[in-house]
Design a binder for this molecule. Sequence first.
Ligand SMILES: [Zn+2]
Length: 107
Amino acid sequence: MGYLERLRWPEGPRCQGCGGSELWRMSDRALRCADCRAETRLLAGSLFERSKLPLEIWFAAAWYLTNQKGGVSALGLQRARAGLLPDSVDAHPQASARDDRARASAA
Ligand SMILES: [Zn+2]
């Protein structure tokens, strides 16, 4: 199972059509459901597909999401992106302090 797959389906691939977990691998990025025969593409219907952002940004965002215990805030996501984009350093020291506390309690 590839890195993207683990990000998208931490508990294993799921059919986009019926939610089934019996999937045949068609290629690196396509799976076919054994039940409803729907094709599930790794990037289809996700943020990755619609986004104009470089995939690396979304990898970082996805990493961030998977490392949050109680969900993620938009500000937190901004911070994750800011980490990759030094030109857009966020200017919310209060939010940063709150995030730092959240990180500390999650650790
Ligand atoms: Zn299905």
